[in-house]
Design a protein around this ligand. Structure first.
Ligand code: ADP
Length: 191
């Protein structure tokens, strides 16, 4: 099993690059944002718990996210590996993920970080908001809250993986194909 963390701020292009990575490597995609939106759409208890946090651009509490990821990993034990997108977003989540994967006798091979300047992120999110139907993409104040959450709670996750010598930073500005080419080079050193 080869498991990858795709890391970066909101609007860095994680979803777009995930699609390319899945196609090439056949990994199972676990996007906590997509999973929450599915729960929200289906009106589940978990969706109800997550809604107010998501609507305000805040992170959903760790125990809720970790439980959901645990369940998803268990549902896909046959997968050749996972690509985690939008998770882990706190150091507590990163520690929990190591434990969950250790229970399955596996671990994280590498963390790929997409590096994009803040001004570019805001531009991309507002642009996405015009078509995505996501309320959290349509309001500059909410975007600022999300970027703030990223800077205070998520940036330390990069240090966590650097401490394990697993981080790889990639320039996230440029053509989708060019960025994907750089990701492939980074991933192939871990395969
Ligand atoms: P983006 O990366 O564009 O902000 P996501 O789709 O990954 O969007 O996440 C949308 C929202 O879902 C976040 O703002 C947050 O409220 C919630 N969320 C997603 N993943 C996590 C996570 N790992 N921990 C806490 N909250 C999360």
């Amino acid at each position: 099993m080869v498991n990858i963390v795709l890391f970066g701020p909101p609007g860095a292009g994680k979803g777009t690059q995930s699609e390319h990575i899945i196609q090439k490597y056949g990994l199972k995609h676990i996007s906590t944002g997509d999973l929450f939106r599915k729960h929200l759409g289906e009106g589940t208890q978990l969706g109800k718990e997550a809604r107010s946090y998501m609507d305000n651009g805040k992170l959903v509490p760790d125990e809720v996210v970790i439980g959901m990821v645990d369940e998803t990993i268990n549902e896909h034990k046959e997968a050749p590996g996972f690509i985690f997108d939008g998770f882990p977003r706190t150091v507590a989540q990163a520690e929990a993920l190591d434990k969950l994967l250790a229970d399955h006798k596996t671990g994280i091979a590498c963390m790929i970080e997409l590096d994009v300047p803040q001004e570019e992120l805001k531009k991309r999110l507002l642009e996405r908001g015009k078509t995505s139907g996501r309320a959290d993409d349509q309001n500059e104040e909410k975007i600022n809250v999300r970027i703030g959450e990223y800077l205070t709670k998520t940036v330390p996750v990069a240090k966590f993986y650097a401490g394990q010598d697993k981080n790889c930073k990639i320039n996230g500005v440029g053509s989708v194909e060019g960025i994907f080419g750089d990701i492939v080079k980074a991933m192939d050193t871990h395969y």
